[in-house]
Every structure is written in C-alpha cells, then in structure tokens.
Design a protein around this ligand. Structure first.
Ligand code: DOR
Ligand code: ZN
Length: 342
C-alpha cells in the first residue's frame, strides 16, 4: 500500500529570501502557510545590518504573513559586517545568526566582505556570544569552481573558531559534502533544486532562466553526492530552500537575475523525491529535526503540517495584489503528486 498522507512536525526552511514591499506580500504566505519557521536572509537593499533594521523588517514580515504570523517564526539574520561585541550582544535576543556574503558574488552582495582575515574580532564576538555564522561560500573564480575554491576558507574558519557554529549554505558539490564530515562545527544546507538538477538542466538545451541560481547547479556526480547525503539522513544536512524570487522581467530579460523561486512547491516536491527513493521516513529529519538539534532551537511554534497524496498542477506564475509583480515558481506547470493540506 502506498502512503496517502504524511504529517511533518515543525518544518523549517533554513535559508529563505522574502524580499520586501509588494514582493514580500506576494511570497511570504507561500512559506508561512506551511512552515513553522524560516531563516530569513538579510540581502535587502540596503542590507539588514543593524538591530533597528532587523526589528522593523521582522514587523513587515509578520504583517505579510497575516493569519499565519503566530504559527510561523521568522528567524532573523544580520548581514555580515564588522560588528562590535556590544552591538552583537544587544542584537542577540532577536537574532538567529549572521550571514556572510563575500563581496560581489551574488544578488545584493555589494556590501559583502572583502577580507575575511580582517573580520576576526567579529567572529570572536560571535563565538563568545554563541551566534551562528551562515556563509555563502563562493569565490569570484570560474563559475563551476567557486564553491570548491572556497572550501579551504571554511576549513580555516572551522579550525580558527572551534566553538563557532558555521553553516555552509546551499552546498552544490561532492567536495563540500566531504568537508562537512571533517569538522564538528560545520553543518550545511542544501536546496531543493540542487537535489534535482545539474548544469545540463540550466544550460544544456534551451537556456532555463528560472533554474539559474548562485551557486550554479553542478555536475551529475555532485548532485548524486548531495542527494545521497540527504536521503541517508545526514544529521548535519538541513533543508534550506534558498527560495529567491525575482520579478519575471528580471529573470526573462537580458541579464537574468540569479534565484529559483521554490517556496510554493518545497515540501510536496521533497516528499515526491524522498518517496521515489523509498525513504519518505527520512524527510522529517531533513526538514526539521536536524536543524532543531544542530541549532538547539527550542521555541519553534508547535506546528504540524500534513501533506496529502493528491495531485495538483503548479501555477505558471503568481501575481501580487498590485496586478504587476509576477514570479514564476520552480516546476511551473508540472503536476505534483503531493500537496499541502490547507
Ligand atoms: O541564486 C541566488 N539568489 N543565490 C543567492 O545567493 C542569492 C539569491 C538572491 O537573493 O536572489
Ligand atoms: Zn540565498
């Protein structure tokens, strides 16, 4: 007999872009309606890099979540810059983590770090205060090599700050999976798309702008390694969608913005994938338990989310209340076997 329903306890998206303004209003409900919480990325323009801007952003997120605001916990992050111990201590009660972007490697990272070495005092303060470090680990080298080239930097940070919890965000390579096992203080997130696609799906035929993201999807053996670790229930691998909406015109015009908008299909598509491989029972760990254990998260809203084996077809796009803001979701037009029970 096949499974007809699946209830997930406190599902969490450990890497989510919600944006601001009209886009925030459009996309927040897609996550808030089916998750107990999410780690909110700070790469707005200007970046979220003060307690004041973090608190006001959190209020805008709450407002955009409407009736789900009480059941969906935004885990707020600050954009990495050199912070004093005092600043971080003051932010600590409201802060989940600090997110580091190397300068210029992705969307809105112009204010990113130019020299990791010169930020030692901030890492030390984070370590002392128990504030996790989330890292977009890419160099500015050749696009297929950027993550691999960054791995020694992860290793150095892990050795230099042994009590700092470091998350390698959205890993895309076999080499990154291997580094994960070398250091106790390293964990990783992986996206839905990087479990499913390779560079071939992005650029092997007609160019697929809605599959273009940073880091770029890699080789088949990389995807296999990521999928293998996720399906095996690797305890330090957490679901982080990196769902990153851009208006349709910014994806389909000349100069495509990086980002895959996966929030509307996240849990159903993962259930399909895990079921296909006969390990549906491993989904709970991947979407919640690993993250709660790693980060010792105790105040996540006690929310259960049920998936039903009922097919639905992913909309070709979603349009905001302004009638203008339009985003195209991952798997647009595809029929999925699982849906989230409303
Ligand atoms: O593809 C991406 N989009 N990668 C990132 O690191 C940032 C994100 C965004 O903010 O659009
Ligand atoms: Zn991201």
């Amino acid at each position: 007999m096949t499974t007809q329903s699946l209830t997930l306890d406190r599902p969490l998206d450990m890497h989510l872009h919600l944006r601001d303004g009209e886009m925030l209003s459009l996309v927040a409900p897609h996550s808030a309606s089916c998750l107990a919480g999410a780690v909110i990325m700070p790469n707005l323009v200007p970046p979220v890099d003060s307690l004041e801007s973090l608190l006001s952003y959190r209020e805008r997120i709450r407002a955009a979540c409407g009736a789900d605001a009480e059941r969906f916990q935004p885990l707020m992050t600050l954009f990495f810059r050199e912070y004093s111990h005092e600043e971080l201590a003051a932010a600590r009660p409201h802060l989940f983590a600090v997110k580091l972007y190397p300068h210029g490697v992705t969307t809105n990272s112009e204010a990113g770090v130019r020299s990791i070495e010169s930020a030692a005092a901030t890492f030390q303060a984070m370590e002392e205060l128990g504030i996790p470090l989330l890292v977009h680990g890419e160099t500015s080298g050749f696009v297929m090599d950027r993550e691999r080239e960054f791995l020694p930097i992860y290793e150095r940070l892990a050795r230099q700050y042994p009590r700092l919890k470091i998350t390698m965000e959205h890993i895309t390579t076999k080499a990154a999976v291997e580094v994960l096992d070398k250091y106790e203080n390293l964990a990783a997130t992986v996206t839905l798309q990087h479990l499913l696609i390779t560079l071939d799906d992005v650029a092997g035929g007609l160019l697929q702008p809605h599959l273009f993201c940073k880091p770029i999807a890699k080789r088949p053996e990389d995807r296999e390694a990521l999928l293998g670790a996720a399906l095996a229930g690797h305890p330090k691998l957490m679901m982080g969608s990196d769902s990153a909406p851009h208006p349709r015109h910014a994806k389909e015009g000349c100069g495509c913005a990086a980002g895959v908008y996966s929030a509307p299909v996240l849990l159903p598509r993962l259930a399909e994938l895990f079921e296909e491989h006969g390990v549906l029972e491993k989904l709970q760990g991947f979407v919640s338990d690993h993250a709660r254990a790693w980060h010792d998260l105790r105040n996540v809203p006690a929310r259960q989310v049920t998936l039903l084996k009922e097919s639905w077809t992913v909309p070709m796009n979603y349009t905001g209340a302004d009638g203008v803001t339009t985003v195209v979701p991952f798997e647009a037009g595809r029929t999925l076997p699982w849906r989230v029970r409303p």
